[in-house]
Design a protein around this ligand. Structure first.
Ligand code: ARG
Ligand code: ZN
Length: 877
């Protein structure tokens, strides 16, 4: 573990490494507890480094077994090797060869960083700072080297040996051993290094790139899971083709391998030519995976593949630039999924995720800029802000400068910085050049944290025929940023006439204007002419800027937009706003006093009547804002029980108005034929399943019996699980029987049992905490596996607003205990779980006091990791 009070890292203190490494030859002899690593490094002083500086390499938990400089063992006083550092006091002034030997224990590596074992397979995770747990190295992304890796192992234990790049040699050795040599010709930072050794099954295929390179594709999984890889393989091939067509990016090696492992801290990792995945994002069959799982697999396979250009060919200068590869690559995977599926529905799903994760993060103590300027622990910055807001900024840039200039900027970036370790400034400069615009103000998106707030008011003058839009932006203080500057917010918009038709846009002096307002000052007014009757403003179309928007649109206007807006995103947003306005008012003062239900129900009825056009869209419209969405809207004095009651009451009110239509939808949108994961079929299932949930929301016995029958008779996991989720909302023997039967049916399938764990953890009842505690002892659960922990404890803390926030504080105390217990084993996962407290300051006083006490208990723990210490300190700070 790292030293505890380590100094923070600051962007302003960046300087080049004094010594860089040009080539790396690794010889790794795999052993469960004593893997020997010999590294032969071509080292040279950096021309811009400090001449004569000592050589300082990073380590983490290492012991040095041997060292040689140009083949000679240095005197003991010439160097110093501790667990976390190697210093050579007077290294040679010119290039030299450094040989290092370390021995590491993969079996004991429970942090899942560096070289570890997952179900007997040796695998690695090096981003961000895991390579230093394998050998001493300048473990920073701006040191790029060419790697050759020889891996040796007992053939029976590890018949499969994989490395980065292309296989150049392999063969048998005496005593049942064998080896493989992999060479990656593309210089890369150490965080992209990977190796895998194990007894795995391979599913293979090929892809021919546009210039005719035949690439051998392999997906490696546990034996017996080969039949679950077809969708991931198909998604990979579609990603490779799409990246050529949409971004001109062609693959650059002869092999592309993906390995699925069951113990993984995050989603997946883009190691050059050897992506390593959480198996959750690879394995799928109709009976094991839901439509959502299929969509996530498609997106993450694409994401990691797209990193080959945005991340690997062009990497980051330092970790402050993380959004350079992550925000951009999320943007690219979102665009890919948008092209593969319904674009509007994909956009809605992405914005939902952005608001629930990123807006919540940005409104609390963990708020940070997309490009932070200081960190204590970089692993805590793989956040919704860096990823999702990072992607939004790029989308906003595209709206601001237009699609053509955006494409030219991208092309320029990919050519100019190929092979570089770049900065966000480098990236934005390409778009400034391509568009001929000054993007200085735009850059504030990377530097200012918090979500910009925009207030919109409109004025209509029927006599002059003018319509004026008054815009005002404000910025709330966030940690370390009390005062902020106005930013440039690209607001796509339109004006809709009383007949529902889009009105042409003219200024007062009759000039045609484009459908984007760039709000670049604290306040701005825009007047349009030619409107003898009042049009309705549709603004921030497609969620063109990631802002909190408050308009003066009336409930009637919103109902009108829900029907007539040409922008599908804003049709959905209008409905969400109606529901949110009602739920916020009802959470404050009770449902009876909150209005707007009839307009909302009418809008939903219209959506259902028209649902044949895009069932997936209708499903999104019928899905009310979540309890945490309402909590975020309230912002302060949040009472999760009041929110829950308000939401439940609204669901019942909507149901009573739409009842017949809901049951009709169940038959109207039934999917004919065998299961297919395609977007159209998934959309029909999604609509049926939200309709089912609403239809049964009263918990009537006969309706629940229908749900139970659908659960039993389903021929796919999507419908089976959706029905189970409805049953789970209604206490009783039938629910327990269904849960038990599900468990029995999938007893051997950990990924499916994760769904079972998560579902139970989310039940909004007082008995849930005891249920969750009991499940900790269930054989389906394992404290050591990140997926199990996230499924049970993560779902409880982040997905169960009323029970995590129990008024007696027992939910907080439970999370604190789990975090404290997990931290010594896996700090990254512990820190991630702890961030469920990110909105604690917005709670009403009683809960706030209890949440603070739980955080203080964590803070008072003697031996915290840097990861948890950082989260707890910022949460309390
Ligand atoms: N680069 C990986 C991805 O996008 C994430 C790896 C993060 N890992 C970590 N330990 N912080 O998808
Ligand atoms: Zn990524």
């Amino acid at each position: 573990m790292r030293s505890e009070q380590a100094k923070p890292v600051k962007l302003s203190e960046y300087r080049v490494a004094d010594h860089v490494v040009k080539t790396v030859h690794l010889d790794i002899v795999l052993h469960p507890t004593a893997t020997r690593v010999t590294a032969v490094l071509a080292v040279e002083p950096h021309p811009q480094g400090i001449a004569g500086a000592p050589l300082v390499f990073d380590g983490d938990g290492l012991t040095l077994a041997a060292i040689a400089i140009d083949g000679r063992t240095p005197a003991p006083e010439a160097y110093e090797a501790t667990a976390d550092r190697l210093v050579i006091h007077n290294p040679p002034a010119g290039p030299f060869r450094l040989t290092l030997e370390t021995v590491v224990d993969p079996q004991a590596n429970t942090q899942l960083m560096g070289l570890y074992r997952s179900s007997g397979t040796w695998c690695t995770q090096c981003e961000a700072e895991g390579f230093r747990r394998i050998t001493y190295f300048p473990d920073r992304p701006d040191v790029l080297a060419v790697y050759t890796t020889r891996i040796e192992a007992e053939k029976k234990a590890a018949p499969v040996l994989l490395g980065n790049g292309n296989l150049v040699e392999a063969g048998d050795l005496p005593h049942g051993r064998h080896y493989a040599v992999w060479h990656d010709p593309h210089p890369k930072p150490s965080y992209l290094f990977a190796l895998v050794g194990g007894d795995l099954a391979e599913v293979s295929d090929t892809f021919t790139t546009r210039s005719g390179r035949v690439v051998k594709l392999g997906i490696f999984v546990e034996h017996g899971k080969e039949d679950r890889c077809a969708y991931a393989m198909d998604a990979l091939k579609r990603s490779m083709r799409w990246d050529e067509e949409a971004f001109g990016c062609e693959y650059d090696l002869d092999v592309f391998n993906i390995v699925a492992v069951s113990d993984f801290n995050m989603g997946a990792m883009e190691n050059k030519g050897l992506n390593i995945f959480n198996d959750k994002y690879v394995l799928a069959l109709p009976d094991t995976a839901t439509d959502q799982d299929y969509a996530a697999i498609e997106a993450i396979i694409a994401h990691e593949y797209f990193h080959n250009w945005t991340g690997n060919r062009i990497t980051c200068r330092d970790w402050f630039q993380l959004c350079l590869k992550e925000g951009l690559t999320v943007f690219r995977d979102q665009e890919f999924s948008g092209d593969m599926r319904s674009r509007a529905v994909k956009r809605i799903a992405d914005v939902r995720l952005l608001k629930s994760h990123q807006f919540a993060e940005d409104a609390g103590p963990l708020s940070h800029p997309v490009r932070p300027e200081i960190y204590h622990e970089i692993n805590n910055f793989y956040t919704a802000t860096v990823y999702e807001k990072g992607a939004e900024i790029i989308r906003a840039l595209k709206v601001l400068i237009g699609a053509e200039a955006f494409r030219r900027g991208m092309d320029l970036y990919l050519v100019r910085h190929d092979g570089d370790a770049a900065t966000v400034e480098d990236f934005i400069a390409c778009f400034a050049e391509a568009s001929g615009r000054d993007l200085t103000q735009f850059f504030l998106w990377y530097r200012q944290s918090g979500t910009p707030q925009v207030a919109v008011a409109t004025r209509h003058d029927p006599v002059a025929g003018t319509f004026t839009v008054d815009l005002k932006q404000t910025h709330l203080p966030t940690p370390g940023q009390d005062v902020k500057q106005p930013m440039v917010l690209p607001l796509a918009f339109g004006l809709i006439g009383p007949d529902g038709a889009e009105r042409p846009l003219f200024t007062e002096d009759g000039k045609a204007v484009p459908g984007v307002i760039a709000l670049d000052a604290a306040q701005k007014s825009v007047t349009f002419s030619g409107h003898p009757t009042r049009p309705v403003l549709s603004i921030n179309r497609g969620f063109s800027a990631p802002i909190v928007l408050k308009t003066d649109l009336t409930a009637a206007d919103l109902g009108f937009l829900a029907r007539h807006d040409g922008d599908a995103y804003n049709r959905w947003q209008a409905i969400q706003t109606l529901a949110t306005d009602h739920l916020v008012a009802a959470s404050r003062k009770g449902a009876a006093l909150a209005g707007g239900v009839d307009i909302l129900a009418d809008a939903l009825a219209a959506v259902l009547a028209d649902a044949g056009r895009d069932p997936a869209f209708a499903a999104q419209a019928l899905t009310l804002p979540s309890e945490s969405d309402i909590a975020r809207e309230l912002g302060a004095e949040v009472d999760p029980d009041a929110i829950h009651a308000a939401r439940r009451a609204l669901r019942l009110a909507i149901r009573s108005r739409l009842d017949g239509t809901l049951s009709d939808a169940l038959s109207r949108f039934a999917t004919p034929g065998p299961y297919s994961p395609d977007a159209a079929a998934a959309g029909r299932r999604a609509l049926c399943n939200v309709a089912l949930d609403l239809w049964a929301s009263g918990g009537e016995a006969d309706r629940l019996a229908t749900v139970a029958a659908r659960h039993r008779d389903a021929d796919n996991m999507t419908d089976r699980f959706a029905a189970l989720a409805v049953l789970a909302q209604h206490p009783g023997a039938d629910r327990e029987a269904a849960l038990e039967a599900f468990r029995e049916r999938y007893r051997a399938d950990a990924l499916i049992l994760d769904k079972w764990l998560a579902l139970q953890a989310a039940i909004p009842e007082a008995a849930t905490l005891d249920r969750v505690k009991a499940l900790l002892a269930d054989p389906a659960f394992a404290m050591t596996n990140p997926n199990r922990l996230r499924a049970l404890v993560g779902s409880f803390a982040s997905g169960n607003q009323t029970q995590f926030n129990r008024p007696d504080g027992a939910g907080y105390a439970f999370l604190a205990e789990v975090v404290i217990a997990t931290d010594p084993r896996n700090p990254q996962v512990a820190a991630r779980l702890l961030s469920a407290f990110r909105s604690w300051r917005g709670l009403e006083a009683g809960r706030r006091t209890l949440a603070r006490a739980a955080l203080e208990r964590v803070a008072a723990t003697a031996t915290l990791s840097a990861d948890v210490r950082d989260i707890v300190a910022r949460s309390l700070g």
